[in-house]
Design a protein around this ligand. Structure first.
Ligand SMILES: Cc1ncc(COP(=O)(O)O)c(C=O)c1O
Length: 439
């Protein structure tokens, strides 16, 4: 496989262009020679990947934006205007009143927890079928993650089980739109209203997804997005918080920048999680293609689901009735091993590989991961919650449905959907061939 162009090379190319414009001193001339070399490499790499690797995708506009920021000398949001424009644009696109850009999805989530002053002794409800960052932001706040088992059909948190896990210490519900498909927002909203506990949507994978026509990230107190390199909207790293609550927006803003000047306190807490102008300009230029890419993923995913549903033992992840748009960051399905000669997942993935299908086995059981288990013996946690309580917490973290889900789940990444429709036929017929081999 060809080597994808690196972000470092891209920036080296931009440096080359900038240096060529400003040449003057001897030093600059020497730098220029190296830069021109790098620039050639960039051009060669671009040529190699043109029309082949679908990710990441960029054009001259992205390059121009980066060079403009570079030459402006205003590389941070405190002096530049790209991040602010990105915030305005993302808020408008997602029908939210406020947006606060951050350095990553993790820091977006951390900011929301910080802005809510979540800390030691507080419990936060989360699903076990998610990226580890959802867990990490809770433990970074020394709060207690409480796992609520998965709905095996949808891969999402089983919202019917949330209420039973709420205690007097529950301060936040943190469900995740996994794969970019909405969790059951109606059900989560109902528990949130009934128990008077806010919810934040971890929408890190769910750009442009919608529930009953309204974009995700705007249904609870706030929603967090990631713009990390693999995401449908990407600036290498990056994140954002959406909210319709002005006071919460101010708290988040103040938390994410040292000594934030908005008119609310952030409980004496804060950090520096600001997005750079380089990230801001990348996101602005990526907006040009995000809608068309989303439509292509959507059309291919729907078609693929029709095809896969006809294959015995293959079950595409269910979308809830309220889902009016999925981001299709992941195309997720389950295989029933009894219909594939009883083979374990690794062997199933190897069979798919033989058919030229690049699939992944998805998440392992997060609630059984080494560092999750380690939390029970973390001295800070033992001091805050007690050793006995932490041992019980570990026992209560069992999620039997999720265990089964992890053994059956298969993913195709979003770039598998950014291709011709005939590729969907190829994937479906490849899986059918595997089934026949074991029938
Ligand atoms: C569900 C989920 N939450 C949080 C994150 C964290 O985002 P980031 O990698 O931008 O810090 C990710 C990123 O993959 C994610 O998928």
């Amino acid at each position: 496989m060809e080597k994808p162009i690196s972000r470092r090379n891209l920036l080296a190319g931009s440096v080359a262009l900038s240096a060529a414009v400003c040449a003057g001193s001897k030093q600059k001339a020497a730098a220029n020679e190296n830069a021109i070399d790098d620039s050639k490499k960039v051009e060669a790499a671009k040529e190699l990947r043109r029309g082949k690797s679908p990710w990441p995708v960029w054009s001259d506009g992205d390059e121009k934006g980066l060079v403009n920021v570079l030459n402006s000398g205003q590389w941070g949001r405190l002096s530049g205007d790209r991040v602010a424009l990105f915030e305005k644009t993302w808020a408008e696109k997602m029908q939210a009143k406020h947006c606060i850009a951050t350095s990553s999805g993790t820091t977006a989530l951390l900011t929301t927890l910080g802005a809510l002053n979540i800390g030691p002794g507080d419990e936060v409800i989360m699903p076990p079928y998610t990226f580890v960052a959802t867990f990490n932001v809770i433990t970074n706040s020394f709060a207690l993650p409480v796992f609520v088992d998965s709905d095996i059909e949808s891969f999402q948190i089983d919202a019917k089980k949330i209420a039973a896990s709420v205690t007097e210490n529950t301060k936040l519900l943190l469900p995740v739109h996994i794969g970019g498909s909405p969790f059951d927002i109606d059900a989560v909203k109902a528990v949130s209203a009934d128990k008077k506990i806010p919810f934040i949507e971890d929408a890190c994978q769910a750009h442009l997804a919608a529930w009953r026509g309204q974009p995700v990230g705007t249904h609870g107190l706030g929603g967090c997005f990631s713009f990390q390199a693999s995401k449908n909207l990407n600036s290498g790293e990056g994140g954002a918080i959406l909210t319709n609550d002005e006071e919460f927006a101010h708290r988040c803003y103040n938390y994410h920048t040292p000594g934030g000047s908005r008119p609310v306190s952030s409980y004496g807490r804060g950090s520096n999680f600001r997005m750079t102008e380089f990230q801001g300009t990348m996101l602005l230029s990526q907006f040009e293609r995000v809608e068309a890419q989303s439509q292509q993923r959507e059309a291919n995913a729907k078609y693929l689901s029709e095809m896969l549903s006809k294959i015995g033992g293959i079950k595409p992840a269910k979308l809830y009735d309220g889902c009016t748009r999925s981001a299709w960051h992941l195309y997720m399905f389950r295989y029933d091993k009894s219909q594939f000669g009883g083979i374990a997942k690794d062997a199933f993935l190897a069979e798919l590989g033989k058919e030229g299908i690049q699939a992944s086995g998805g998440y392992a059981q997060l609630n059984r991961a080494k560092h999750v288990i380690a939390l029970a013996s973390n001295p800070h946690y033992q001091r805050i919650y007690g050793a006995e309580f932490m041992a019980k917490w570990l026992e209560k973290s069992a999620c039997p449905v999720n265990d089964q889900l992890c053994s059956e789940a298969i993913w195709l990444g979003q770039t598998n959907l950014l291709v011709e429709r005939s590729e969907m036929d190829r994937i479906a017929s490849g899986i059918e061939k595997v089934r026949k081999r074991f029938a």
